[in-house]
Design a protein around this ligand. Structure first.
Ligand SMILES: Nc1ncnc2c1ncn2[C@@H]1O[C@H](COP(=O)(O)OP(=O)(O)O)[C@@H](O)[C@H]1O
Ligand SMILES: [Mg+2]
Length: 308
């Protein structure tokens, strides 16, 4: 599949420099010097001085082993941290499509709620299990609209709900289904439909597909890249699965011990990683070594490859 230079320019994102620090043409989110601690007897510096700029419509992959701080960073961007987590330094600015700059860490209450679903939506790890089991898909989408779009009529909600399911490749008939009647892949697609319900500018996905089998996982990822082309939202996609990221990301940030050790285009990461840790991470995926790594350039079918 096409990644990287072509997709970057299609999304209006500047080709980044080796450090990935080159500002995108049209920034959507700027994280500057962000540090997050978990306070306790032994304070954990979970995120340490992280800076990055995400372009409008860009897909950034965030990779790194378990415990390196990926989720903490994602929660920080969305102001979802709760004690004992504290932001000790830095800032997060959201460059809204209206032209306003939003100081995310200063948001409270109503503004914060508006920022969360409308501007930035999040699909969590294990999200497929977080659908409410006792109400239908339609009722859950209705809840989102009732809270955030109270002016929408019943007919508009109905129409939009159907549209959303179609968008993520689920038959709109499924609106009347309950979670247990859907496969894991379908549930995950419904969660993505919910995340897209209010047309956000950024979707943060924290290991959203790890519980799914490889083929289903890949279908969903391809769907997300297609949707981003169609709708223009940006994505921060978090996973420890580097091969998947190489396929879908414009740029990749490699995180270790709370820091971003390298950030570059997916191709640069694959062909010319600079940081020893990045190289070590690449080596830990046997399918990426040797000629089989060709899938990045030629779109070979991952289904037939061992990616895990
Ligand atoms: N609520 C918490 N209290 C204390 N430490 C935490 C808490 N949540 C996460 N941590 C620690 O912060 C670090 C980063 O965790 P996390 O952001 O979940 O990493 P990742 O998502 O990359 O697996 C880890 O060392 C983890 O143990
Ligand atoms: Mg995590």
């Amino acid at each position: 599949m096409s990644t990287n230079p072509e997709m970057s320019s299609a999304a209006g994102v500047a080709t980044p420099g080796r450090s990935g620090s080159v500002a995108p043409d049209s920034p959507l989110l700027s994280i500057s010097g962000l540090s997050i601690d978990y306070l306790g007897e032994r304070t954990v510096h979970a995120v340490a001085n992280v800076s990055l700029q995400l372009g409008r419509g860009e897909i950034i992959g965030l990779a790194g082993e378990s415990g390196c701080g990926k989720s903490t960073l994602a929660y920080g961007i969305n102001q979802l941290l709760v004690p004992p987590a504290v932001i000790t330094e830095g800032g997060v600015t959201f460059h809204d499509r209206s032209g306003d700059d939003i100081d995310v860490l200063a948001l409270e209450d109503k503004e914060l709620r508006r920022y969360r679903w409308n501007k930035v939506s999040m699909v969590f790890q294990g999200a497929m299990n977080s659908l409410n089991p006792v109400i239908s898909v339609r009722a859950q989408l209705n809840d989102v609209f009732a809270t955030h779009r109270p002016q929408m009529s019943k007919a508009e909600r109905r129409l939009r709900s159907g549209e959303l399911l179609e968008l993520v490749g689920v038959d709109p008939k499924r609106l009347d289904s309950y979670a247990h009647e859907l496969s894991g892949g379908m549930r995950q697609r419904v969660m993505i439909a919910m995340a897209l319900a209010l047309d956000p500018e950024l979707m943060i996905m924290d290991e959203p597909t790890t519980a799914l089998d490889v083929v289903v996982q890949r279908d969903i990822l391809l769907e997300i890249t297609r949707l981003r082309e169609e709708l223009g939202f940006a994505v921060i996609f978090i996973t420890h699965d580097l091969p998947l990221l190489l396929e879908i990301s414009d740029r990749i940030a490699i995180m270790r011990h709370g820091r971003i050790v390298e950030m570059a285009s997916a191709e640069e990461i694959f062909f010319a990683a600079q940081d020893p840790y990045t190289r070590q991470l690449l080596r830990s995926f046997p399918s990426l070594t040797g000629e089989r790594g060709d899938f990045i350039r030629h779109g070979a079918q991952l289904e037939n490859e061992e990616v895990r």
